[in-house]
Design a protein around this ligand. Sequence first.
Ligand SMILES: [Zn+2]
Length: 99
Amino acid sequence: MRRNLLATLALLLLLVPTLAAAHGGGHAMGTITAFDADHIELKTQDGKNVSVKLGAETKYFRGSDKASAADLAVGLRCMVHLAADKSAAEVHLPAAPKT
Ligand SMILES: [Zn+2]
């Protein structure tokens, strides 16, 4: 049991700096409540409102497909990878329903 705990801790210690380095500023996750050309507002699972700056460098994805700012919609769940300056590096939207 103790051995498992230590292994888990070791794994976390290895993973955390890697994730932080890969995406600079961490993540924001939630449901889109508002957006415009230069920012997006999310309501997180714990009920907080988060505002994230969008920029020319922001990349958009729908599932594994490339998307654009035009795919943003209020009510969609999204995951934002933050750049070091806390602006959005990547915005991940759920995959579009198959038609
Ligand atoms: Zn990320």
